[in-house]
Design a binder for this molecule. Structure first.
Ligand SMILES: [Zn+2]
Length: 186
């Protein structure tokens, strides 16, 4: 736990009108600091470490899809959570990625301050870079607490972002197959 973050949280408690010395809040600055560091631990990771050699040779050149990857991130405008799902696909050209690694790449970028558009692109670019795939597609659907709890208070709006690279961008049939397989079109 970073004591400087905890100290700042204590000041925030005072600034919002709370008493940081009341019993329920005594350990809150430390807990909040620990939580915030965890939610932002993507800054301490890099792609090579996360993948850790889990690239395997394969003759498979068919689309690989990992859908419904749980996603928890913080928006960089309000530092409030946005929560949803990521669907990721790629078309291998000789190398496939260990299954759990796709989810770990999503986490590595999600556990930073983000906007959903950049998060989507960073995941796609990273997978393209690591696998040298013929194409990568990433779709993220998320609900933003900064929209639900404040501002316009729209509780049910879901934001969808997508990035299509390579074959997913060039071929409407490939893109269509992907969107169909993740249940976005009938
Ligand atoms: Zn926001």
């Amino acid at each position: 736990m970073n004591p400087s973050i905890a100290e700042h949280y204590r000041e925030i408690l005072v600034a919002i009108g709370e008493n940081p010395d009341r019993e329920g809040l005594l350990d809150t600055p430390k807990r909040a600091a620990k939580a915030m560091q965890y939610l932002c631990n993507g800054y301490t990771m890099n792609l090579e470490e996360v993948i850790n050699g889990a690239l395997f040779e394969s003759l498979n050149d068919e689309m690989v899809i990992v859908r419904d990857i749980e996603l928890y991130s913080l928006c960089e405008h309000h530092m409030l959570p946005f929560i949803g799902k990521a669907h990721v696909a790629y078309i291998p050209t000789g190398r496939v990625l260990g299954l759990s690694k796709v989810a770990r790449v999503v986490d590595m970028f999600a556990r930073r301050l983000q906007i959903q558009e950049n998060l989507t692109k960073q995941i796609a670019d990273a997978l393209q870079h690591m696998t040298d795939a013929a194409g990568v597609a990433v779709v993220i659907e998320a609900k933003h607490m900064c929209m639900m709890m404040r501002g316009v208070e729209k509780q049910n709006s879901v934001m969808t972002t997508s990035v299509m690279l390579g074959a997913f961008r060039d071929s409407s049939a490939t893109r269509h197959e992907f969107l169909q397989l993740i249940g976005r079109i009938g």
